[in-house]
Unconditional design. Structure first.
Ligand SMILES: NC(=O)c1ccc[n+]([C@@H]2O[C@H](COP(=O)([O-])OP(=O)(O)OC[C@H]3O[C@@H](n4cnc5c(N)ncnc54)[C@H](O)[C@@H]3O)[C@@H](O)[C@H]2O)c1
Length: 260
């Protein structure tokens, strides 16, 4: 597939390597700063971004730029009608607007805050494990995550999704608690705790614990490469499902639409 990359920073470079390894052709690399990008546009020149994508003959776009630029990029890219995979985070409040634009222009896009295939499989494994163990009231459950000490937010967005999957599988857990407890937890509370230390790229564990034993499920990222490869696989699947008609145009999809 001919792919255009919008945003040619750390992720853009990794996505280029992954896409080539998977047999795709990178027909454009577009950025506002990156000196080695094929096309450098002025910050805020979203039409310039879309123009470069259109001229490149791309059959798919992968966008990993900046929270301040992503909505402008999407507003300009959606009318091209080329399937878009967007990994930039921090624009949840504009999702409705972009969904409406996709419907109006008959475009198609997918966004996820975590494109790792392993994490998306982990979500499903966790939900199923929570469902199985919810049959046995002696098993309690908790979520824990660790990340490097440069990460500003906690819990991670991935930990919150893991917790949502636990709650989907175990309806007796109705409340997420992300702070420290100063009293005994109630039976309906799901504790989600975080550690910030060193250089950990991202570890997420779900503990199931009974008086007799415990089960721990862990996803441990080794690097950010999984996100890059996952975004290319997501584009492959999105394009093939749109072409086969199993996914309709005019919509904003998530990773779960490909894997559930
Ligand atoms: N969804 C996921 O799985 C996932 C994984 C890792 C990172 N991310 C997110 O992806 C985004 C990028 O991450 P990164 O580590 O590559 O950051 P980065 O800062 O290394 O690269 C971003 C690049 O985008 C460029 N850019 C800014 N505005 C632009 C515009 N209008 N058009 C084109 N390029 C523009 C910047 O100049 C920069 O080179 C962040 O929001 C990050 O949180 C998502």
């Amino acid at each position: 597939m001919k792919i255009a990359l919008v945003g040619y920073g750390k992720m853009g470079h990794m996505i280029e390597s992954s896409a080539k390894a998977l047999g795709h052709e990178i027909v454009a690399t577009i950025d506002v700063v990156s000196k080695d990008a094929g096309v450098v546009v002025e910050a805020g020149d979203y039409d310039g971004v879309a123009d470069a994508v259109r001229k490149s003959g791309a059959e798919g776009v992968i966008e990993f730029s900046h929270p301040s630029a992503v909505v402008g990029n999407l507003r300009a890219l959606v009318p091209l009608g080329i399937p878009i995979v967007c990994g930039t985070t921090g624009w949840a409040s504009s999702e409705e607007e972009i969904s409406a634009l996709l419907a109006e222009k008959n475009g198609v896009a997918m966004r996820s805050s975590n494109f790792s295939i392993g994490v998306n499989m982990f979500y499903r494994i966790v939900e199923e494990a929570a469902r199985l163990l919810s049959e046995y009231s002696e098993y309690d459950v908790a979520v824990w995550e660790a990340h490097h000490n440069q990460k500003a937010d906690s819990p991670s967005g991935t930990a919150l999704e893991v917790a949502r999957r636990v709650m989907a599988g175990n309806p007796s857990k109705t409340e997420m608690v992300v702070d420290a407890f100063h009293e005994r937890p109630k039976a309906n509370e799901l504790h989600v705790s975080s550690t910030r230390v060193g250089s950990v790229p991202g570890t997420h564990t779900v503990f199931f614990d009974s008086p007799a034993d415990s089960i721990e499920l862990t996803h441990r990222a080794r690097s950010r490469e999984g996100f890059a490869r996952g975004s290319v696989v997501a584009l492959e699947k999105l394009v093939s499902r749109v072409n086969s008609g199993s996914l309709a145009r005019g919509k904003l999809y998530g990773m779960s639409d490909l894997f559930d």
